[in-house]
Design a protein around this ligand. Structure first.
Ligand SMILES: [Zn+2]
Length: 341
């Protein structure tokens, strides 16, 4: 009887040990997730409301509001410990001549700036992943500020948060193997002019750029997805690299679990979104890209695209998908293969 009791107690003890172990195992998160979780609704709210504030006056290319925004972004990168791409500046200055769009009869009053920040890779520093957004918008028209909260304070906010996450990882000994360049383009609303200038005057050789993840409008629910708070449009992922498409799919399957909508990735998409944001200036050079997008809505290119309408949780989730995809591209053994003609 005693012996049986003893055995019973031992067995109970072993069972409890096992279940404790299981609990511990469940709580362990992978390294990428530790840093993905630094992307928060509090930060996102702060950045979106600042970038889409009255002070920034709709961030028209070459105007004072865009200059304030550029300064704000450079200060953020500096505070995060994300370095300048060159020794002297976060800015790539673009002359008026390169910002003049003859077709649209547009000439800015002043030169403008792409904002570029950089984290050097620990093992393959010459291979560079570019994560980008445009930060310019339409400025003031008829005395109304076009705030551009979704277009594209949302994407610019995501790029800031992703840079902060990678910077923290690097500080704690988990820096990306490949280099990552964070670029906020100007002149997008005037015809992708900032990214066009970058592609003709790249600060690293274009052949060293392994991929571009471009974010343009991820803070809202588009008109094709009423009441759907768990999707993002993915455009271009499989057009040059099957691997890139698969990496993004896997990241979503494992972590963010959204519906990836490929409608606008169809070759015959009448909207031609593949050609309509800054990533195209990389894609045309055969650099694999992904364009993350929520689709258009009633406030698109209107003064009513305001920060109070941004879905902060959804913005965070979409930014995390970009982060996880970037983490894999930057840390995997082999460079992405361009295999699609
Ligand atoms: Zn845009």
């Amino acid at each position: 009887m005693k012996k049986i009791t003893f055995l019973f107690v031992v067995t109970l003890f072993l069972i409890s040990c096992k279940s404790k172990k299981e609990v511990v195992k469940k709580k362990t998160v992978d390294t990428a997730t530790i840093y993905a979780n630094t992307i928060t609704t509090d930060d996102v709210e702060d950045y979106v409301f600042t970038l889409a504030s009255d002070k920034f006056e709709g961030r028209a290319t070459g105007e004072i509001g865009q200059k304030y925004a550029a300064k704000y972004l450079a200060n953020k990168y500096s505070n995060f410990g994300v370095k300048k791409y060159s020794n002297d500046s976060y800015y790539q200055t673009i002359p008026i001549s390169a910002l003049t769009n003859k077709k649209r009869g547009y000439t800015p009053k002043n030169p403008s700036e792409n904002v570029i920040a950089y984290i050097e890779g620990t093992e393959k520093p010459d291979e560079v992943l570019v994560i980008s957004s445009h930060y310019d918008h339409m400025g003031i028209k008829d005395d109304k500020i076009y705030y551009g909260a979704d277009d594209n304070a949302s994407g610019t906010t995501a790029v800031l948060e992703i840079s902060q996450a990678f910077a923290k990882a690097k500080k704690e000994g988990h820096g990306p193997k490949r280099s990552i360049m964070f670029i906020n383009f100007t002149g997008e609303e005037r015809g992708l002019l900032g990214s066009k200038y970058f592609a003709s005057n790249p600060v690293v050789p274009m052949e060293n750029i392994v991929a571009n993840l471009n974010i343009d409008m991820i803070g809202r629910i588009g008109k094709e997805h009423p009441n759907d708070e768990n999707y993002v449009y993915v455009i271009g992922a499989d057009r040059l690299s099957t691997e890139l498409h698969n990496i993004n799919e896997k990241a979503n399957e494992k972590y963010t679990k959204m519906d990836l909508d490929y409608t606008y990735n169809e070759d015959d998409d009448p909207n031609r979104f593949y050609f309509r944001s800054d990533h195209y200036n990389f894609a045309k050079n055969r650099i694999p890209i992904i364009f993350y997008f929520n689709g258009v809505h009633a406030d698109y290119h209107k003064p009513t695209d305001t920060p109070d309408k941004i879905n902060l949780e959804l913005l965070v989730k979409r930014a995390k998908l970009v982060f996880y995809t970037a983490w894999e591209i930057a840390n995997r053994e082999e460079r992405l293969i361009v295999d699609v003609e």
